[in-house]
Design a protein around this ligand. Structure first.
Ligand code: 2RA
Length: 339
């Protein structure tokens, strides 16, 4: 079976990962089209053996015949071009926050709520925010033991979440520091090198950031529950994997042994938890890898019956491109594109 795909935002960090994944996963792509801004138009990339030229995203009929459009070009572009992309029947799998909370757009993590992807009245499926994706895979495992009520999470988010230029800014700060040059700060509110910045996305009226509120609202939508998530989201000088310290409380007490068994049984999770041997998940372990890694599993001494653990995943892969490709693979396996 051949699926005709488009990648929108091809020149970005997530767009590049889509291209690598299409090749690495042997995605059944009969045709691959690339789209981008006027700045990117004309660039050429080799994808799964095909030489593809970036076409300018415009209000035209270029998406006629496309089955799946993987879109990662920012919320404004998604909002502006959703109708253009979907008007001839293409399924848009959107990485931006534009449609995540829309009632008629499913928000999907395939290990957690794949069947939500079957109902797409607008031909749009939203990919959750990266920090939400890795957390909900872990929460889903524990939710099978007992319904979870409350979650506290502190994130340690990599530069990649802010895109290619942000990763380059961190690399450049390393080089400039080594050469005693002044450090340039453009993509973040402050210097990231030798620093942590407790501020991702803009501040809302209640003094949480939008990134933190995404973790609250998206988690409820994906888990179909009223689970309450209080997050503090922090940027750290790491290149491409997000880490999270998570504290959960369920309707009944959970033991660390139960939690470990649930994580080990959960599709998508690899448990790395042997503190005596200094083995626990870290961003350097997770970079370029598919799984959500979980470790440091223990009873919460501040909340008897609560569980606390540490969770790490590659932000560009599971936090973005891989999750979208897995949604597409699940739909293909369930006959969505059977002709
Ligand atoms: C970040 N969560 O890490 C964002 C990207 N979606 O900046």
């Amino acid at each position: 079976m051949g699926i005709k795909i488009a990648i929108v935002g091809a020149s970005g960090a997530v767009g590049g990962e889509f291209m690598r994944l299409i090749e690495q996963c042997n995605f059944p792509a009969a045709e691959i089209r690339l789209f981008g801004s006027s700045r990117s138009a004309g660039k050429e990339y080799k994808v799964a053996g095909q030489l593809c030229k970036v076409e300018e995203l415009q209000d035209n009929d270029a998406f006629r015949g496309v089955d799946i459009a993987f879109v990662s070009a920012g919320g404004d572009t998604s909002r502006k071009y959703a109708e253009v992309i979907t008007r001839h029947g293409a399924l848009m799998i959107d990485n931006s926050s534009a449609f995540r909370m829309a009632e008629d757009v499913p928000l999907v993590v395939p290990e957690v709520n794949p069947t939500d992807a079957l109902v797409t009245p607008r031909n749009i499926i939203a990919n959750p925010n990266c920090s939400t994706i890795q957390m909900v895979v872990a929460l889903h495992a524990l939710n099978k033991i007992t319904p979870l009520r409350q979650v506290h999470v502190a994130t340690y988010q990599a530069a990649s979440g802010a895109g290619n230029l942000a990763m380059e800014e961190l690399r450049q700060q390393v080089r400039d520091e080594a050469e005693n040059r002044p450090l340039e700060v453009n993509k973040f509110a402050h210097q990231l090198l030798y620093n942590v910045i407790p501020h991702i996305d803009v501040f809302a009226d209640d003094d949480y950031t939008k990134e933190e509120l995404k973790m609250y609202h998206e988690t409820q939508k994906i888990l179909h529950s009223s689970i309450a998530v209080s997050a503090t989201c922090v940027r750290v000088p790491v290149l491409r994997a997000h880490s999270e310290a998570i504290w959960v409380e369920g309707e009944r007490a959970i033991t660390p042994e139960e939690a470990r068994r649930a994580f080990e049984a959960q599709e998508g999770i690899v448990v790395v938890d042997d503190p005596k041997q200094l083995r626990y998940p870290m961003p350097l372990l997770a970079a370029d890898q598919d799984p959500v890694y979980v470790g440091r599993i223990r009873q919460d001494i501040a909340h008897p019956g609560g569980i606390t653990f540490w969770c790490v995943a590659d932000q560009i892969r599971k936090g973005a491109a891989l999750n979208a490709v897995q949604i597409a693979e699940w739909l293909i396996a369930h006959g969505r594109f059977a002709k």
